[in-house]
Ligand binder design. Structure first.
Ligand code: F6R
Length: 365
């Protein structure tokens, strides 16, 4: 089953061109420049009424939700919140009548996500699932939903499910956007860019050799910072989580500009900062955050766009990824971070597919 791969995690990382393709299959209506979903079980009229979206999830799925918030607010202009399911289930936030809930979950069995979903459903909100495992409890109990079609994810650390969740959330933002302010040409452009992603992810995976080199160099460091802004802030959180869970290395993710409000005190010669800094509207701002770290002698590993010559002068090591639209960057920038955690874990002799203390689906609260 593992084929040429040594571990499920690596196999699943390399499946991403295919899993992203599967998440999109049959979900474009090119004539109308929008997305289509078979299982939302709601009329267009009811969906049109939605004036607020709550995304609820745990762990990596929660990080995908953060990307989803940015996407939905940018393309559909619908106020969106992302809630930890474990908090939402016991909180009692005011929710307007037309709030729609999406539970995001790979396994469909996470106890907190299930409980948060039931609480929202009981209050009468349309409650849908973005889920991978067909027929799972959350998939069955939701009013409707969208399957990821990522295939089984065996490695405990979620990889391909994350990029599939982000892909589906992009399709959702397109769908909600086209019911509102997003024009036909804008919708067509998003479809064109999405369709290129499987090929671009294939291209991204070519960073593997460079990631191995970087992992070799830094595998002995015991603290890492992960920094990114806007669409790459959730990627920084996800990169840090991947490193923590499979390498047992302390890592923290932050929006890069938050550094000066405290975390900068952690920077020293043995604390590498992983800067997720592809080309974007605020690239110069991220660069100045990076320079603040360099000025304190912190080693910098940059995830940057191919063709960015400037970054090579500033960072100690650079892992290049293809240049894509800002809203699609999480799909490419998360991949070197998955690979980095994998190779560092290997160096440290950790069991990458079955990290200590963790379970693939967390069915206890
Ligand atoms: C991290 C990881 C966990 C899960 C979380 C939610 O790699 O796997 O953080 O993302 O336990 O699981 P699902 O998505 O199955 O609800």
């Amino acid at each position: 089953e593992l084929g040429e791969f040594e571990h499920y995690m690596l196999k699943e990382i390399f499946e991403q061109p295919q899993s992203i393709e599967n998440a999109m299959r049959g979900r474009f209506n090119e004539d109308e420049a929008t997305a289509v979903f078979g299982g939302l079980n709601m009329s267009a009229k009811d969906i049109r009424k939605v004036d607020r979206i709550v995304l609820t999830a745990c762990g990596t799925s929660w990080h995908a939700g953060l990307v989803g918030e940015y996407l939905l607010e940018e393309f559909a202009r619908i106020p969106t919140e992302v809630e930890y399911a474990s908090e939402l289930r016991y909180r009692n936030p005011p929710m307007s009548e037309n709030t729609m809930i999406f539970a995001i979950t790979q396994s469909g069995e996470t106890a907190d996500t299930l409980a948060a979903m039931r609480e929202c459903k009981r209050k009468g909100h349309p409650t849908l699932a973005i889920c991978n495992v067909v027929g799972s409890t959350i998939a069955r109990e939701a009013d409707g939903g969208i399957y990821l079609h990522a295939g089984p994810e065996v490695g405990v650390a979620s990889t391909k499910a994350f990029t599939s969740q982000v892909t589906v959330l992009t399709l959702l933002a397109l769908y909600f956007g086209r019911m509102r302010h997003l024009s036909y040409p804008a919708g067509s452009r998003i479809i064109r860019h999405l369709k290129e992603m499987p090929r671009i992810i294939e291209e991204t995976l070519k960073c593997h050799e460079m990631v191995k080199y970087v992992a070799d160099k830094y595998a002995k460091n015991n603290n890492f910072l992960y920094l990114g802004r806007l669409y790459n802030f959730p990627v920084a959180l996800e990169g840090a989580l991947k490193l923590k869970e499979i390498s047992y290395i302390h890592a923290e993710g932050y929006p890069a500009a938050e550094m000066k409000h405290g975390p900068l005190a952690l920077v020293d010669e043995v604390t590498p900062s992983v800067f997720v800094v592809p080309k974007c509207g605020i690239y110069p701002k991220v660069i100045s955050n990076l320079e603040e770290v360099k000025a304190r002698k912190g080693p910098v590993i940059a995830i940057a766009c191919k063709g960015d010559d400037k970054i090579a002068e500033l960072a100690d090591d650079v892992i290049f990824v293809p240049d894509v639209e800002e809203y699609l960057q999480p799909l490419v920038t998360s991949i070197p971070l998955q690979l980095l955690s994998y190779h560092i874990a290997l160096h440290r002799g950790c069991n990458v597919d079955r990290p200590r203390n963790l379970a693939k689906s967390v069915t206890v609260e």
